[in-house]
Design a protein around this ligand. Structure first.
Ligand code: ADP
Ligand code: MG
Length: 245
């Protein structure tokens, strides 16, 4: 893998309500540069909302967000989003554009690269995810796993300091999950800073450096994988693990 920049990301006492629904109730999350934090927890516990607050797609009602120790709440949100790459459950590729165009579009529009430069960079990223040979096809002609790898290549092409994955493998057929998880594990090994919301307990245990268990908008337990998976301290975590493992 190529050299990847990284950043240390901290969320402090984050609160967010949607109307009367108090969804994030004082979340603390610290992701040291070059490490992978996985976030696990039941559906509706606020995991996706947390990612959206951390990259300021939604402004928190209270709390702070630090990147490399500096508050980014006063920064231009576009600047923060530029530094964080995001991969979703639904790949969000443009169906009528080729794979190459999907990866190179933002390089041209947001980074103002020339067509040639953007093409070279996009091809290099596609190479990294093993899909250079699919550059000229449309996403609909790829498997779900390949489409998700294109989405990852598109995010990486922007040289993010931190990558967010929100249930990136949840929409994939079981046989396609492994390839995407392997790519994510490669990124982690290469030193990318990552926040990974996932139902894949094997990935959480084996790849991530820290695991954060959320329930009801709070962090119930957080720690290294062994502490979370082998030494749960709360009935809530024990019950969640017995449901998913
Ligand atoms: P998770 O990702 O852990 O399943 P979410 O962050 O998606 O949880 O949702 C947490 C809570 O916030 C849920 O009660 C959900 O209904 C609510 N919620 C999420 N997004 C919105 C929104 N855009 N508007 C209103 N409520 C929302
Ligand atoms: Mg979610």
């Amino acid at each position: 893998m190529t050299t990847i920049e990284s950043g240390t990301l901290t969320g402090q006492n984050l609160h967010l309500s949607f109307g009367t629904n108090h969804v994030l109730r004082g979340i603390d999350l610290h992701v040291e540069q070059g490490t992978t934090a996985s976030v696990i927890g039941p559906s509706g516990s606020g995991k996706s909302t947390l990612l959206r607050v951390l990259n300021r797609l939604i402004e928190p009602d209270e709390g702070d967000i630090l990147l490399d120790g500096r508050s980014v709440l006063k920064d231009n949100p576009d600047e923060l989003r530029r530094r964080i790459g995001m991969v979703f459950q639904q790949f969000n590729l443009f169906p009528h554009k080729t794979v190459l165009e999907n990866v190179s579009l933002a390089l041209r529009k947001l980074r103002r690269m020339s067509a040639g430069e953007a093409r070279e960079k996009a091809l290099a990223q596609l190479d990294l995810v093993g899909l250079r040979h699919k550059a000229d096809v449309r996403p609909g002609n790829l498997s779900g796993g390949q489409q998700q790898r294109v989405a990852i290549a598109r995010a990486l092409a922007m040289d993010p300091e931190v990558m967010f994955f929100d249930e990136a493998t949840s929409a994939l057929d079981p046989e396609l999950v492994k390839g995407v998880l392997a790519l994510m594990a490669d990124l982690a090994t290469a030193g990318m800073t990552m926040v990974v919301v996932t139902h894949e307990m094997g990935f959480s245990r084996n790849v991530s450096d820290t695991v954060t268990f959320m329930d009801g908008g709070v962090v119930v337990e957080s720690g290294p994988p062994a502490a979370i998976f082998d030494d749960a301290q709360t009935p809530r975590l024990r019950s969640f693990l017995s449901d998913v493992l």
